[in-house]
Write a protein that binds this ligand. Structure first.
Ligand SMILES: Nc1nc2c(c(=O)[nH]1)N[C@H]1C(S)=C(S)[C@@H](COP(=O)(O)OP(=O)(O)OC[C@H]3O[C@@H](n4cnc5c(=O)[nH]c(N)nc54)[C@H](O)[C@@H]3O)O[C@H]1N2
Ligand SMILES: Nc1nc2c(c(=O)[nH]1)N[C@H]1C(S)=C(S)[C@@H](COP(=O)(O)OP(=O)(O)OC[C@H]3O[C@@H](n4cnc5c(=O)[nH]c(N)nc54)[C@H](O)[C@@H]3O)O[C@H]1N2
Ligand SMILES: [Mo]
Length: 925
């Protein structure tokens, strides 16, 4: 129970919880006490250095900074006494003395000027600072400007950088009046290790740090100069940060983080500075139809001049052509000749409509999306052993944990806002254990960094569990109460001794033992994982091990415990929930279950559904290659870049009789289209999206779509009508209501409620329950409420290095780019920061090859070769090369292996055998 304190505030008796500050109590009661160095947002510690919030406390000689002062029983506080007001005014005047005039301010509407107004101060009586002491403009960063003449040394930027985002780039140097923020050790911002999250810019109350888009050439601007402001959700990753987007003249001017449940005001470089892809001149603004005299289909269209291959068409003509092409194939060859890939970048309603379009329109389940290339194996292990594919706890629950494992995931680049919570967890003493063959940036914060051999997760994890079993560190009560299969599991795990497994995974037995003891000994521990776990032919086994590890120790179902596969796309959780997968109808209801089919026959007015699970992404592409599937509808996916063995995928796409692509850009996939339908981007439409935390949020329309581009759901409805379906939705809300008819997860969630509360976590047990951030406290949605131990054996990767291909290729992502690059290579800031295709190798490997950092290397696998610029990076093991897959000019997936995990049907993106050469030497031979 929290203690209550009674005190007097401005003559009134008030109550406060112990630990609250006077400022917080006053603010909660609607009183306005000015504040500058204080930012009332989660994560910001009050500092009390600027004195702008001073109040009078009876019996005390000096005034107190209300942002750090806690009230005491019986205290008498006056926030508006003459003495307090005069003192605050004085503070403002002193601060303004050192500022540029308001007319010449960097930010005419800064928080500082607001506060000055509130104090009734518009200018200063005090002498201004000597000009030579004014620090110069630093415009070295593409996205942000530093004008320290407006700095009031409040230290908010330092707290933003060190304590909120935990990037540790900004510090104060110099003394007293001459103390200013510096980047690293006094580098210009653009040359420092800054990752451009922009938290400092958002925190700065004076305009000393500003987004470049708000300033003119004279470094003047006005952060409140916009036509409208809209709250929405970031379109990039599965964290689902809530944003406020400022619009001027129909374009995004700037973006700020707001207080969503997952981000609490924070953003990363993509969310803050990556929005302008929607304004890129390459945006599709009219429907396009392949010209009769177009060259043969191939990867040969220039997106800025597609007219050799395509011509513009009216929506009528394009929709007719798109629909008739699919319909003709259906009547000629049967429904099975058409398949669809939907999108995890669109809304829940759009995902639902897409799977319905294929299932209802073509009578089968051959509909899938990028989840197949992503967490398919994690989901299959979770469904099998836990009974549900979603996370058991939100990532924010790490606040309540004392130990956390992050395995095969690189959150500082791929889930940067989630990473801030992980880093904060270590700052307050939480023990972080990282398991990754590559030394990720998170390493710096970890207690244990297990840099093990790639592809050996099962050996490492089994060895850890062997220790837990042999040393009887497991939670017997939990195992008895909530699980099944323990005894078989215990017998199985005995063979995997740390000594034996150490030879495979390369981690010393003592370290394995120590990690096992730490995890098992924790009061509360969580496991986070990513693509390093899932994208293997043994991805499902990897995830089974993680589930078993959590179950052994009872680390599920309580605050600060849980299993969290960090979901990737902004709406991959929602698209999967909505049934955009071949085995399941919405809410993971099996297509093989007659009751499920009869429910949907009822909701979908008599549609007979096929009782066989459909084909997955890679399987569909194989059938296309073999000519068995002749038509495809691809909405918001770019398989000509994201599929494994992409030359094969491209040849397949070229063979299609009819390909309809619906995207916002003329992607590599659209190169092969017969009809291209221009869609609205997420900030141009309304709908719901679901993040990695199971939080359903509303994405609101922020700007109009360019030209004739239409919202994806509208296009789907128009096409559905043309293939003979009687769809009559006029609004995504109607789709949402239909989804609720079959989706238990949406119980108690209404569109109205989402608009009001901005986010609801499912499951929610009532209209006032914000939702369950931790689930399965009382058992699992499986037989007898028990989760299951499924033993996993060691399987080598599908393709191991040999004489011809002696090294290991691993692929993945970088902070600034999104997957196939379609969006981020068209975002000004992101493309400027990371403009060139690159790979990373250990410096010693580069030296052996005779390649300087920045020089070219040639990478060859059994499937193809690319030449790409090489960076030296000690984080990469000497026998490995890391290649991001965002660059068409050196497309990683020309190289990757399409071998599949038997359960999740996910390809082995994280491991292929590769030959790395110096192209100059190859040419000389
Ligand atoms: N900037 C950015 N952010 C993104 C995305 C993006 O494209 N760009 N994509 C989003 C999507 S859809 C996803 S799925 C997520 C993915 O996010 P992550 O899962 O973090 O993605 P990756 O970079 O592919 O790989 C993660 C880690 O796996 C490690 N790894 C490689 N091989 C192995 C192995 O054998 N075992 C283990 N344990 N680890 C291994 C790699 O070294 C790497 O650090 O990111 C999302 N966020
Ligand atoms: N080598 C390698 N390959 C991989 C992976 C890897 O780690 N390594 N990771 C895999 C993983 S985890 C994933 S998730 C996949 C991702 O694979 P994809 O989903 O194919 O990749 P994206 O580039 O995200 O494609 C999204 C497409 O949607 C479009 N788009 C964006 N917004 C909208 C919208 O509102 N409407 C419409 N209609 N279109 C829109 C974009 O322009 C883009 O073309 O890649 C996989 N491929
Ligand atoms: Mo993904």
């Amino acid at each position: 129970m929290s203690e209550t304190i009674r005190f007097t505030l401005d003559g009134e008796q008030v109550e406060a919880e112990k630990g609250m500050t006077i400022w917080e109590v006053a603010n909660g009661r609607g009183l306005k006490i000015p504040h500058l160095c204080h930012k009332p947002q989660p994560g910001y510690r009050p500092d009390g250095n600027c004195r702008a919030c001073m109040v009078e406390i009876e019996g005390e000689r000096t005034l107190a900074a209300s942002c750090i002062r806690e009230p005491q029983e019986g205290m008498v506080v006056k926030s508006a006494s003459a003495r307090a007001e005069t003192a605050r005014k004085m503070v403002m005047e002193l601060l303004l003395a050192d500022q540029p005039e308001r007319e010449a301010a960097h930010d005419k509407s800064s928080h500082l000027w607001d506060m000055a107004e509130e104090n009734g101060v518009s200018e200063s009586r005090f002498p201004t600072v000597e000009p030579e002491r004014i620090p110069l403009l630093d415009d070295s960063h593409i996205a942000m400007r530093v004008n320290l003449d407006a700095c009031i040394q409040c230290g908010l930027c330092v707290r933003a950088c060190r304590e909120v985002q935990v990037n540790d780039v900004i510090g104060m140097s110099g003394r007293g009046h001459d103390a200013y923020p510096t980047f690293d050790l006094a580098d210009p911002m653009g040359e420092s290790s800054c990752v451009a999250c922009g938290e400092c810019v958002q925190a700065c109350p004076t305009g000393a740090l500003m987004p470049a888009t708000v300033l003119d050439d004279n470094q003047q601007g006005d952060s409140k100069d916009f036509d409208s402001e809209q709250q929405s959700v970031c379109p990039f990753c599965g964290v689902g940060c809530q944003v406020s987007v400022k619009i001027k003249d129909g374009k995004v001017k700037s973006v700020e983080g707001i207080n969503g449940p997952a981000n609490e005001g924070r953003l990363c470089v993509k969310g803050r500075f990556g929005f302008d892809y929607i304004h890129h001149p390459h945006r599709l603004t009219k429907p396009l139809i392949r010209r009769e005299d177009a060259p043969e289909k191939g990867l040969n269209v220039d997106p800025s001049n597609p007219w050799t291959h395509f011509r513009e068409a009216t929506w009528e003509e394009a929709l007719d052509k798109a629909a008739h092409g699919l319909q003709d194939l259906r009547s000629y060859y049967g429904g099975q000749s058409v398949a669809g890939f939907g999108s995890a970048k669109c809304t829940n309603e759009e995902a639902y409509l897409f799977q319905k379009f294929i299932r209802q329109g073509f009578g089968h389940n051959n509909v899938d999306h990028c989840t197949r290339l992503c967490h398919a194996s994690s989901v299959s292990a979770l469904m099998e052993n836990v009974g549900s594919g979603a996370v058991t706890a939100t990532f924010n629950e790490i606040e309540n944990a004392d130990v956390a494992i992050v395995i095969g995931s690189n959150p500082t680049e791929n889930h940067p806002v989630a990473a801030t919570y992980f880093k904060q967890f270590t700052k307050r003493g939480g023990e972080l254990i990282i398991m990754d063959p590559r030394g990720t940036a998170m390493k710096r914060h970890a207690k244990h960094m297990l840099q093990f051999r790639p592809g050996t997760d099962v050996s490492l994890l089994n060895a850890i569990m062997n220790v837990i079993v042999e040393e009887k560190l497991y939670d017997r009560q939990y195992i008895e109460g909530f699980t099944e299969g323990f005894f078989e599991f215990r017998d199985h795990i005995r063979a995997f001794t740390p000594e034996r497994m150490s030879e495979l995974c390369g981690i010393a037995p003592e370290v394995i033992r120590e990690v096992a003891r730490t995890f098992a000994g924790a009061q509360r521990a969580m496991i986070f994982w990513g693509m390093g776990v899932s994208q293997h032919i043994h991805g499902t086994d990897n995830a089974r091990c993680l589930i078993s590890l959590a179950l052994l120790c009872g680390h599920v179902g309580r605050p600060g415990t849980g299993l969290h596969p960090l979901r990737g796309q902004n709406n991959v959780q929602g698209a999967s929930d909505a049934g955009l997968i071949p085995q399941f109808m919405p809410d993971y209801q099996s297509v093989t279950d007659p009751e499920v089919r009869s429910l949907f026959r009822h909701i979908w007015k008599g549609t007979d559904l096929l009782d066989q699970p459909g084909l997955t992404v890679v399987e569909i592409m194989d059938r296309v290659y073999r000519g068995e599937i002749k038509g495809m509808y691809i909405l918001g996916e770019n398989p000509a870049m994201s599929d494994p063995d992409v030359e094969h995928a491209r040849r397949a796409l070229a063979q299609l009789d009819h390909l309809v692509v619906q995207d916002i850009f003329l992607t590599e996939t659209a190169n092969f289209a017969d009809v291209i339908l221009p869609a609205s981007a997420l900030p141009e439409k309304s709908g719901t999206v679901t993040n990695t935390n199971r939080q359903v949020q509303v994405a609101r329309k922020v700007v109009d779509a360019p030209g004739e581009a239409r919202e994806d759901w509208e296009i789907l409805v128009a096409l559905a009508r043309r293939i003979g379906l009687d769809w009559d939705y006029d609004d995504p809300r109607e789709v949402f209501d239909e989804m609720k008819m079959s989706m238990r997860s949406l119980h108690h969630i209404t569109w109205k409620r989402l608009e009001r509360d901005s986010a609801v976590t499912y499951p929610t047990f009532g209209p006032d329950d914000p939702g369950q951030s931790v689930v399965f406290a009382d058992g699992f949605p499986r037989r007898a409420g028990r989760a299951k131990f499924t033993p996993a054996r060691v399987t080598p990767p599908a393709e191991v290095p040999d004489e011809s291909f002696p090294m290991i290729l691993t692929t993945g992502r970088q902070l600034e780019h999104w997957h196939t690059g379609s969006m981020t290579r068209r975002a000004t800031v992101l493309d400027a920061v990371e403009p060139e295709a690159n790979c990373s190798l250990h410096p010693s490997t580069l030296r052996k090859l005779g390649v300087e950092p920045g020089g070219l290397v040639r990478l060859t696998t059994r499937r193809g070769a690319v030449e790409v610029m090489a960076r030296a990076d000690r984080a990469v093991a000497p026998d490995m090369v890391f290649l991001p897959f965002a660059y068409v000019e050196a497309a990683a997936n020309i190289l990757t292996n399409p071998a599949l995990d038997p359960f999740g049907k996910i390809p082995e993106f994280k491991y292929s055998a590769v030959r790395v050469e110096n192209p100059e030497q190859v040419a000389a031979e």
